[in-house]
Design a protein around this ligand. Structure first.
Ligand code: F6P
Length: 324
């Protein structure tokens, strides 16, 4: 196996708080090994267009506390094509990059896998997304910060909901996954969460209303995952099916992706970054580095992106018991 002397690092897909802490960690851990590090700008777009810059330890100074990503990010359409990936590989060859570290979510890691397969280069994926939807890791970089942001927002919404005796449907991100919705509902003491994973044959709204909404309370907050019409859909249903209730909607949107990362996210990002360099040193390739029971784990990228990460049913139970 070719000895690694130089790597590229990029962030791709939706940004997530803690990505900078991860770029910092990858950069410094690689330099510590005596390797060269290239920062690739705007995800795969930067590889396609040769938008890369050599990183130094100073390039990542004063970044651990910053949200967003200093390398910028993008969702590259061109990289989805074979030709696009060949252009990306040409840039890697031009700069003699021996491996690529991709910090991103599902789609970004799936892209990394394609590149690795077609061009026979070592790729390491690091889970960076607020959605927490990658199989094989207990947490993804950015998830804890987003969860805390949602919790703070819902605490504020509760003040006005209580004053007006209203039901609020608060829509949160997560794409196809309900981790943000379910856990923010528990953390903020919401009355219910409507999540895709629990949306099989039961009508979650009817269950919630049937439980005796506002029996002993003067307001209700329901956290709704963005999928399938989100909060608007459920608010409309209440307006037509249960007109006795005063309903409002709050869509939290992209504010969930911003802000300074929590300690938990900074530590996770720092650990995963160092572990990605260790993994390359060990000769690992085409894996995602994750965390399981507080230990670093290696998961084949194919599994991380394809397998569904289940929501612990216990969390659903906890919320339903505590919202009586
Ligand atoms: O994957 C992260 C995420 O924030 C999802 O939760 C959301 O569905 C999506 O990205 C939004 O993407 P965009 O920033 O392109 O609107």
């Amino acid at each position: 196996m070719k000895e690694i002397k130089s790597i590229g690092v990029l962030t791709s897909g939706g940004d997530a708080p803690g990505m900078n802490a991860c770029i910092r960690s990858v950069t410094r851990a690689a330099i510590y090994q005596g390797w060269k590090v290239y920062g690739v700008y705007r995800g795969y777009e930067g590889l396609i267009n040769d938008d890369v810059k050599e990183m130094t330890t100073e390039s990542v100074s004063n970044t651990i506390q910053r949200g967003g990503t200093i390398l910028k990010t993008a969702r590259s359409e061109e990289f989805r094509t074979f030709e696009g990936r060949q252009k990306a590989y040409a840039t890697m060859k031009k700069h003699e990059m021996d491996a690529l570290i991709v910090i991103g979510g599902n789609g970004s890691l799936a892209g990394a896998q394609e590149l690795a397969k077609e061009c026979d280069i070592p790729v390491i994926g690091l889970p960076g997304t607020i959605d927490n939807d990658l199989y094989g890791t207990d947490a993804t970089i950015g998830y804890d910060t987003a969860l805390n942001t949602i919790m703070e927002c819902v605490d504020k919404i509760r003040d006005t909901a209580t004053s007006h005796d209203r039901i609020f449907f608060v829509e949160v991100m997560g794409r196809d996954a309900g981790f943000l919705a379910q856990n923010s509902a528990i953390a903020a003491g919401a009355e219910a969460a409507i999540i895709p994973e629990d949306n099989t044959d039961i009508d979650q709204l009817a269950t919630f209303i049937g439980r005796g909404i506002r029996k002993s309370k003067n307001s209700s907050i329901v956290i709704v995952s963005e999928k399938d019409g989100g909060a608007m859909h459920y608010a409309e249903r209440v307006r037509t099916e249960y007109p006795e209730y005063d309903v409002r909607v709050s869509i939290l949107g992209h504010l969930q992706r911003g802000g300074t990362p929590t300690a938990k996210d900074r530590i996770l990002a720092s650990r995963l970054g160092v572990a990605s360099i260790e993994a390359l040193k060990e000769g690992q390739r085409n894996i995602m580095v994750g965390i399981s029971n507080d230990d670093i784990v290696y998961v084949p990228i194919s599994r991380a992106v394809k397998w569904d990460k289940p929501i612990d049913k216990e969390l659903i139970n906890v919320l339903s018991i505590l919202s009586i």
